[in-house]
Design a protein around this ligand. Structure first.
Ligand SMILES: Cc1ncc(COP(=O)(O)O)c(C=O)c1O
Length: 446
């Protein structure tokens, strides 16, 4: 029996249509994970694999945290489920208040979802409904940004800016897109590039074309993650904020990756010093152990819905999920936020970010490395394309890393890194050395 299969039969392998995966290649050569602890996965063939992406940007506090497991178990034995519509349970209110303490001032009303994608949809629906409640029903258009990623549901795909995620699904919602901020002038920038704030002015062109009276919101990731770590040029987000303010357009920050420590702060809004109207969160909220997301809005938005809500037993917002604020997810999130604070993990992440910047830029002279970017405890390499096969090189590099005992993400033409906040210096060093070797091997056709 091939131990890489973890004892699974071919029929079992075939039954699961895996997400965002080359299913045929995976099922020919599975990369099966059977356990995790701290910064390491165990593979089915018994190897320890360093988790170079904190799961999927989720597990910054490391895997198998007993504090979170204990909270989940206790919750399961006390209240396993409570209806989320019309009835409540204490955990969700405690968690909502706990989250607001980490948000910029004014963002203090929390709507729970089960994923980043659902948080995005929730934010877009709230934005449109808000203007209708304010008597401005024509404000419906949503503005995204090229290379943006906002999950996989129709709203998120519509404002998203990664062509491959949109191409095969037909017409989307009525949107427009800002240009992305990945400029050739900024190759090999460390942290935020100095050049590029002028790109925010494109919003004025979009407003001129569509008119602010038709635009509900602009949504951006403060640091674009999935497209390969694009930190905002200095001054860019502030300029977006100012333009939105002047034209009565809501600004949504999609902080599904950046919230709760990835940038060494509670949010990207905090790091970049710009306060949006709405923030979407997920991933690190429960340290990845239970699906959960949320949309956090300015109090004034919430109050508008309350004031325009009709009789007080009526729904102010006809929206929500069966599993919104699931008691077990709330317990996991409360334990996670407690742990992040108790162990000072935002600070750890910020300290490691300097090391990552120093190490990763040592790869800039390697063949195939077209660009390197970093921001907080996140970094990406853009890899030159193989003739006729634009995605082949990153795929091959990531597989070599897996063979060497390191999990990294390959997506589009990039390799992405985002290690746990509890990583040790030697582990970053080891990861970056292995990456250098892998890039060289692929460049040499090995
Ligand atoms: C910025 C951003 N928004 C939304 C999502 C979607 O989150 P989920 O996969 O939990 O639906 C992601 C996932 O990577 C993301 O990075």
């Amino acid at each position: 029996m091939n131990d890489k299969l973890a004892g699974l039969s071919q029929t079992q392998l075939d039954a699961h249509w895996m997400p965002y995966t080359g299913n045929r290649q995976f099922k020919r050569d599975p990369r099966m994970i059977t356990a995790a602890d701290g910064c390491y996965f165990t593979s089915a063939d018994g190897r320890q694999i360093f988790d170079g992406l904190s799961g999927l940007w989720t597990c910054g506090a490391g895997h198998n945290r007993k504090e979170i497991a204990k909270a989940i178990n206790q919750q399961l034995e006390t209240l396993d489920f409570a209806p989320s519509f019309q009835f409540g349970h204490p955990g969700s209110f405690k968690l909502a208040e706990r989250i607001t303490r980490l948000m910029p001032e004014g963002l203090n009303r929390v709507f729970f979802t089960n994923s980043g994608s659902e948080a995005v949809e929730t934010s877009l629906k709230i934005a449109r409904a808000y203007w209708r409640k304010r008597g401005l029903a024509s404000k419906t258009k949503l503005i995204g940004r090229s290379k943006g990623y906002h999950g996989v549901n129709f709203g998120g795909v519509s404002v998203g800016g990664i062509g491959a995620n949109r191409a095969i699904y037909g017409p989307a919602l009525s949107t427009a897109h800002l240009p992305h901020t990945l400029l050739p002038e900024n190759r090999f920038s460390r942290g935020q590039p100095e050049y590029g704030a002028h790109l925010a002015e494109s919003l004025l062109e979009i407003i001129e074309l569509h008119d602010a009276s038709n635009i509900a919101a602009v949504i951006v990731e403060p640091m674009a993650g999935s497209a390969g770590i694009l930190p905002p040029p200095e001054g860019y987000l502030q300029r977006l904020r100012d333009i939105c303010e002047q034209h009565q357009i809501l600004l949504i920050f999609d902080e599904v990756i950046t919230a709760f420590g990835r940038l060494g702060t509670a949010t990207g809004a905090e790091l970049f010093g710009v306060v949006p109207d709405i923030i979407n969160i997920a991933k690190q909220l429960t340290n990845g152990v239970i699906p959960m997301g949320a949309t956090v809005v300015q109090q004034t938005i919430y109050e508008t819905f309350m004031q325009q809500g009709g009789a007080d037993y009526q729904l102010e917002l006809p929206h929500g999920y069966t599993y919104s604020a699931h008691p077990v997810a709330c317990a996991a999130a409360l334990a996670t936020l407690e742990l992040l604070e108790r162990d000072n993990l935002f600070k750890h992440s910020a300290e490691l970010a300097y090391l990552l910047e120093e190490y990763i830029h040592q790869l800039s002279n390697l063949p195939l490395v077209y660009d390197i970017r970093n921001c907080g405890l996140a970094a990406a390499l853009t890899i030159e394309r193989a003739p006729g096969e634009p995605l082949l090189h990153p795929f091959r590099i990531a597989l070599k890393m897996w063979e060497k005992g390191f999990y990294v993400r390959y997506s589009g033409d990039t390799i992405q890194l985002g290690m746990p906040f509890i990583t040790r210096r030697e582990e970053i060093d080891g990861l970056v050395n292995a990456l250098a070797e892998s890039v060289l091997e692929v460049a040499n056709g090995q």
